[in-house]
Design a protein around this ligand. Structure first.
Ligand SMILES: Cc1cc2nc3c(=O)[nH]c(=O)nc-3n(C[C@H](O)[C@H](O)[C@H](O)COP(=O)(O)O)c2cc1C
Length: 192
């Protein structure tokens, strides 16, 4: 590891922090704006801005969780109380969660696939932005990214998909390092 280069160290050792270990204090509005600005600074073929963000914070975390529990019950009336509590607390304790929507635009040259990948880049950049400002972060999707009623309740409009919910907060735990990628298995140097 090149200890002289902070960026190299960061990218070589970055770990997510699971949502249950993301606590107060969360980012101030100023920090959040910086995190979001970093998040949106991604490659974007054709400058289509094919993404939107939904910020869930403060008491709205509880209201959103309550609505998730209601949708869960209407999908499955037999859900037990413990599982409903899990749904109510989906956006707790992390102080802030940013939902990342892929919001593709009609374009004759730029396929939707590229626009979707740009939204994925926003998601990871938000994680890096949060880390850069000293917070922990976790990229999750969970069932509510894919359930139409839940995604709509959380802000998805026609034609949009959630690609990420980025939980952000002060990290109460740092995960251990994980194995380095096995480049021999993953990387092929093309030869004719
Ligand atoms: C598209 C996508 C969706 C994910 N959804 C979840 C999820 O719902 N729950 C979860 O625990 N981890 C999810 N992850 C994995 C975490 O973001 C994270 O990568 C994982 O906890 C490993 O931690 P690391 O980032 O430190 O390697 C998802 C990752 C991606 C790329």
């Amino acid at each position: 590891m090149d200890e002289k280069n902070e960026l190299v160290n960061y990218f070589s050792t970055r770990r997510s922090v699971p949502g249950e270990f993301l606590l107060e204090p969360g980012p101030s509005r100023e920090d959040l704006d910086k995190i979001i600005s970093i998040g949106l600074r991604v490659p974007d073929h054709g400058k289509l801005n094919p993404w939107r963000l939904i910020v869930i914070e403060g008491d709205n975390r509880i209201l959103a969780g309550e609505k998730l529990a209601q949708i869960t019950l209407s999908n499955n009336p037999d859900f037990d109380d413990f599982s409903l509590k899990v749904e109510r607390e989906r956006f707790l304790p992390a102080p802030v969660t940013i939902g990342v929507l892929s919001s593709p635009k009609e374009h004759k040259k730029i396929p939707e696939f590229e626009q979707l990948m740009s939204a994925g880049a926003v998601a990871l950049n938000l994680v890096h932005g949060a880390n850069a400002l000293g917070y922990g972060a976790h990229w999750v999707t969970r069932w509510f990214a894919y359930d139409q009623a839940a995604a709509k309740m959380l802000g998805a409009q026609e034609g949009e998909k959630f690609v990420a919910f980025i939980h952000i907060g002060t990290a109460a735990k740092r995960l251990e390092d994980k194995p380095k990628p096995d480049l021999e298995k993953i990387v092929t140097y093309w030869k004719p």
